[in-house]
Design a binder for this molecule. Sequence first.
Ligand code: ADP
Length: 445
Amino acid sequence: MFKRVLVANRGEIAVRIIYALKELGIESVAIYSEADRDSLHVALADYAVCVGPADARRSYLNIPQILSAAQVTGVDAIHPGYGFLAENPDFARIVEEHGFVFIGPNPETMELAGDKLMAKRVMKEVGVPVVPGTEEATESPEQALRWIESVGGFPVILKARMGGGGRGMRILRDPEELAPAMSIARMEAQSAFGDPGLYMEKYLERPRHVEIQVAADRHGHVVALGERECSVQRRYQKLLEESPAVDPDLRERMQEAAVRGARALKYTSVGTFEFLVTPEGDFYFIELNTRLQVEHPVTEFVTGIDLVRTQILAAAGEPLPFRQEDISLKGHAIEVRVNAEDPENRFAPTPGRIEKLHLPGGPGVRVDSHIYQGYIVPPFYDSLLAKVIVHDEGRPQAIRRMIRALEEFYIEGVKTTIPFHLKLLQHPAFQEGRVDVGFVERELL
Ligand code: ADP
């Protein structure tokens, strides 16, 4: 078992991981940028090392500095959290070359999953349905047009091969748009992901985004832990997630597909297989996230399994402590992401000092957060302030519990997305479960 682990992240997820480490009796090492000196993860960790200035490229993405911090503090393993270096196979490889355990899957699996075209190819090979798309990278508008004609025409969606975070996708409805969109997308992909590669998919109208959580160990066990509904999105960014979300028959088929994919990829950690589900109930794989997801707590509530603990123990070589037949989903869980953004002003970021704060509590309410009264939300990183997660007997009860919790959430000093969430939770279509990935932009903005 590990004695000491470095957490290569910040914000709520660094706090979440430190909690898991403490509960396992493992010492924690935080890293932080100069802008995060007063952060909660720094205060909670057993040791903390400053790795550079506010600019993430020089701190949270600074691999040499992070490795020095790991060496100086003598850790056994590094947990990357999500974002930053979490899905960077080169980082995972360098970490292992320096004699530390990377808490995640092996670098080869990460490399394959990071290339979305390759990931789709592998899934297709093992019989998992994938969104109809180009099998090779899309190089020229002429080639693109030939493919579009072969699948019955527009609309299509143009994506970056190495993309992520909802960035750089373009819906195309007309041949005129093709050439300019491709040249801009190529430049954007190069600067955001270090690779200009593009591919295309048939654009599905009104699908739902449903993902399957899996857990795997280094002994060949793979277990699926149910699904999460993540269709409530704005600009391809998830705002609210819930579980369960599909009927038992569809769950079984989707879980089976995810487990088959995980086995094909020799998966050894927690991971998420993302699918689009059509109104007819067909599902198609879109991508695999080889890390802990922001929305992992909803799965923790309905399964009763601590995913971060599971992930750390799997990385330490322990076999999974549960089997597929042990898993059942109990009740209903919902998570909302409370961001420092102004929903009245096109969700512009609202960094600043939190003057007053009261977080909600009571039965079935969990708040994952790094904020406190007096904390200054820095302008340099993502805007997630807190995740409020509720669990109750069923979906209507969970919705009421979430409304109750968000009404209790009191924060002064920075504007947040709470008013948006209250509107969403009270929307009849949401309450009836009639939600697809276009719902927010169609009906709430
Ligand atoms: P990223 O890795 O950048 O998050 P994804 O491939 O996971 O990109 O897609 C993010 C979101 O984009 C999906 O949840 C969905 O809303 C939308 N999307 C992606 N592919 C399609 C598609 N083929 N048709 C319709 N919507 C799509």
